[in-house]
Ligand binder design. Structure first.
Ligand code: PMP
Length: 360
């Protein structure tokens, strides 16, 4: 069996112990004689799997009482629509911070249902830094303030939770959820597609403060109403059972590693390997301002773009896969999600140094 080093932005690398456990339990989950995929979502066994997954996430993130954890479908993209549908107050606008391509997608979707106020935009810097908080033109009467904690394409990441005053803070954490500790009590709502740091695609995690439930208009389809999903424990219809099961195993794996502080330490150590490399060469360049560099998605360019193709070809041959930057920006991108080991990042750095020696 061969495992490549997978630097994909998502679906991304998963922890080998989780995949091994899932493989071992595939045909017969804990003596039940069937796989989790084949279980009724109403069975005691599955209800227990889902409850443990929820508890695992609550423990890792320190989700306080007064918040619901929802396991939904439709990806983070559906949340771009569900957030305004559920949280917009009659006649009030919604504040959005624009830090790149994923913020823009969220903004586009929110505009369909009402007024959107862009509090600040990173466009002038070509999205290479986060606009300083002092420059944000927030509306104190906004229904909520939305931001993207980690721009998966641009590689710009918040390393703190911004102040939103009394306005509920909403965050798309798709690509950095569980990458380190976060104070959930600062948020009204957090959402994330699972296929980066949580588990398989098809599951979307939402953490929402109780008082924000029940604001959706009566015409809202049941599946799109947080209150309906919360009242039915995310089982209004058949949930993504397999993805919830794997997510639970990932949560256990993260807890066994030592929880969020240890995970953050590891992620910082991994990212430093690449950022230190950029700082010592002109051959590779990372466009992002030092203070806002992502520990999860590291974009970089080669000084000579005609070397992109050989770089990717040789990397692939060396077992270093999915390093091509997003089609909209080009260049390279190394995604270093939780399950990417330090040794994998060191292998990438060694390859990059060798490539520079041969082509620089
Ligand atoms: N937000 C961010 C920050 C993302 O990285 C992505 C996917 N790469 C999305 C939203 C969209 O997620 P999904 O494909 O789960 O709808």
């Amino acid at each position: 069996m061969k495992r490549v080093l997978n630097f994909s932005a998502g679906p991304g690398v998963l922890p080998v112990p989780v995949l091994e456990r899932a493989a071992a339990e595939m045909l017969d989950w804990q003596g039940q004689g069937l796989s989790v995929m084949e279980m009724s979502h109403r069975s005691d066994a599955f209800i227990d799997i889902a409850a443990r997954a929820e508890q695992g996430l609550r423990t890792l993130m320190g989700v306080p009482d007064g918040y619901r954890v929802l396991f939904l479908q439709g990806g983070a993209t559906l949340q771009f629509g569900m957030v305004p549908m559920n949280l917009r107050r009659e006649g009030a606008g919604a504040d959005y911070l624009d830090t790149g391509q994923w913020s823009k997608k969220a903004i586009e979707e929110a505009r369909k249902s009402g007024p959107v106020n862009i509090v600040a935009s990173g466009a002038a810097s070509k999205y290479t830094c986060i606009p300083p908080r002092g420059d944000w033109a927030c509306d104190p009467a906004a229904s909520y303030l939305h931001y993207t904690s980690n721009e998966t394409i641009g590689g710009v990441q918040f390393h703190h939770v911004p102040d939103a005053g009394a306005v509920p803070l909403v965050c798309d954490m798709s690509s950095d959820i569980l990458s380190g500790p976060v104070d959930v009590s600062r948020f009204g709502l957090i959402y994330a597609g699972a296929q980066k740091n949580i588990g398989p695609a098809g599951l979307t995690v939402v953490v929402v403060r109780d008082d924000l439930l029940g604001r959706a208009p009566k015409s809202t389809p049941a599946m799109l109403d947080y209150a309906v999903q919360a009242a039915s424990e995310s089982m209004y219809n058949t949930p993504p059972t397999w993805a919830i099961y794997i997510a639970g195993l990932v949560f256990d794996w993260l807890q066994d590693l030592g929880g969020m502080d240890e995970v953050a330490r590891r992620n910082a150590e991994k990212a430093k390997v690449l950022y230190d490399l950029f700082d010592g060469t002109e051959f590779y360049r990372c466009p992002v301002a030092s203070a806002d560099r992502s520990v999860m998605n590291v974009p970089f360019t080669l000084r000579d773009a005609s070397l992109d193709e050989p770089f990717l070809r040789e990397a692939e041959a060396a077992g270093l896969q999915q390093l091509k930057g997003h089609r909209s920006v080009g260049g390279m991108r190394a995604s270093l999600y939780n399950a990417m080991p330090l040794s994998g990042v060191r292998s990438l750095a060694a390859f990059m140094c060798d490539f520079e020696r041969r082509h620089g």
